[in-house]
Design a protein around this ligand. Sequence first.
Ligand code: VGL
Ligand code: ZN
Length: 225
Amino acid sequence: MDNEFKPALIIVDLQEDFCPPNGALAVAEGRSIAPTINNLLRLPFVKKIATKDFHPPDHVSFASNHLEPHNKPFTSFVTIPNPNNPNETHTSRLWPIHCVQGTPGAELIPELNTSLVDLVIEKGQDSRVEMYSAFEAPFRHPIVKEASSKLAQSLREAGVTDVFVVGLAMDYCVQSTAIDAVAEGFKTYVISEATRAVDSSEQSWRKTEKECDNAGVKFIALAGE
Ligand code: VGL
Ligand code: ZN
């Protein structure tokens, strides 16, 4: 049936390390979106999935795992080789140590009503590569190309047609997850009141919106415009 509508909600990385006041990579107002997301969780989504950034201590995205002078969180970038083909590389931003497996910073925030979540998916476990998109869990990266995604599989099993993405951070993991959802064949939306960005400037927000738009991701507002 062409007009079938089976929506899923994906809550990206609503974890302590991405939230003020103490998160290692706190996103401004990150914690404030929890009530909005809890309200969304009461709606009849056929699948409600939360993702967790879940890094080993030696993860390539941690600035402290690199040498001077290219080891400044937020401002340094690293060139990451494809583990399967060292001639192929990509450039990635470096971060403070965050969401280390088994640490309090990796926990979902207690404000999130996890009793309404069907499935939690961890991502970013491979220390060699950055993985913003939850569709890459456990392992699928553009420079690695070992396709396998628990997320896509569980959405397909549930017959999902439309994916609504919320959470943190809008300009990194939310954006990548939403763009991959389109690539996986889902109609995809980001709900603007239920996400916040690392770079919260108007200019950066617009850039992210534009990149999402170009990829076929729709930005929607609960309140309308
Ligand atoms: C994220 C930076 C590093 C995110 C994860 O969840 O958006 N950002 N790791
Ligand atoms: Zn991360």
